[in-house]
Design a protein around this ligand. Sequence first.
Ligand SMILES: [Zn+2]
Length: 320
Amino acid sequence: MFKEQKQQMIEKAQRMANMTYGVIARSCNKLMIGKTFWKSLALPSILYGANIFYITEEEVKKLEMIENGVYRQILGAPRYTANCALRGEIGASTMKTRVMKGHLQYVRSTLQGNNQLLKEVIETQLEEKSTKWAKMINAHLETLNLSQKDLRDLKKEELNQNMIRWDDKRWKEEVETKTSLRIYKRWKLKVKEDDVYDNTPQSRILFQARTNTLPLNSRKRFTKEKTNCVLCDEQNEDLKHFLLECPILSEIREKCPELQQPYWEDKEEVIMKFLFDDNRKHMEDKKQILYSMWKLRYRRQKEKELNTIMHPIPTHSAIA
Ligand SMILES: [Zn+2]
């Protein structure tokens, strides 16, 4: 297959992504509507017919990039958010897993079905490994540590379980490599949807705190700028400082017993318990507290910026 059709598939993905942006811009619950639109309408349409054609790794990557863009929009996530965090919060498998699933389930159902002719064609191809398609199917099997015999024996659900396990393992490995997700990975043990997000700014801030992507000044270390706290000028404004230590925020923290100093447990544990609470009611309260803290910081930052514009630091030439 069929270069032209594959090019069309990528173009269609981009078109469907743009449509998703349009849909969520008008909706009151971005996460729910965006997810439903993308998963139930866009994806089946994009991958329609893809089961029977050969797809390269590069094409999978292109689709994956488009999809991550959609997830970023749905969650209001900054551009530097790790893909595994997006996927973890949306509760989605990767494009690679989805493509493999389509291919292998197609082969499985043919090998176990009644169409003798088709069965023979596929068996010969797999045996001879002569076509790109057959090589790809064999590569899928190798990835999952399965054999051609497994495709003849496994039930549909068993094959799916194999792929879910592989997808989960890969997700954990990716999270493991991200030092910024240290707290996230302690709590979030597997990919699942969380019903804590809605269309509010509170949700966006919670997502950013959980995935350690709040635009705090510690990020500026990458550009060698000052990392001092906007509120108290302490040297490194990171998540720990913002949530637990900054004295200017202590009054807001008083509303939450868990954030009261001194901290007896290790601080990451305290942050984890604050950001990831299975009790829905508590989580809603915490979202509000977090948002109040962020709003205070945001206002202070705007004031500072305004101040710099109104009273610029004089340069030498200005003094002269
Ligand atoms: Zn501070």
